[in-house]
Design a protein around this ligand. Structure first.
Ligand code: FES
Length: 123
């Protein structure tokens, strides 16, 4: 039952991704891809004078888990500092999805975080 609720939430984020688009003037931008399937994401980040994320957009294409996790992460990022992002772990990204992720889908669940960490220069 609970899993269904999380699955519906994932589908909703996939069908209606939050913060989808570009920020052409964003100083922080990265592109990452999963070479195994060709899925790819771009993240654009803007920071305010307090060094907290004030605006975030992403675009790309990918499987349900990739797009849903990018959408969920984009909602979570606003207000975060660079160091908050650096310590955000793959496990934290998986927790956002709320469902167990098999090793085969790990890259799907963490591609968004990888892209964001690349954008701030932390790999
Ligand atoms: Fe490509 Fe999920 S199948 S990242």
């Amino acid at each position: 039952m609970i899993t269904n609720m999380y699955q519906e939430n994932i589908l909703d984020h996939y069908k209606h991704p939050r913060n989808f688009g570009d920020l052409p003037n964003a100083k922080f931008h990265a592109h990452a891809a999963n070479p195994l399937c060709g899925d790819e994401l771009d993240f654009f980040l803007e920071f305010n004078t307090d060094d907290k994320i004030s605006n975030v957009k992403f675009n790309g294409r990918g499987c349900t888990i990739t797009i849903a996790s990018a959408s969920m992460l984009s909602e979570k990022l606003r207000g975060m500092s660079r160091s908050d992002i650096e310590i955000f772990s793959n496990e934290d990204a998986i927790k956002l999805l709320g469902v167990p992720i098999t090793p085969a889908r790990l890259k799907c669940a963490t591609l968004a975080l990888e892209t964001v960490q690349q954008a701030i220069g932390h790999h």
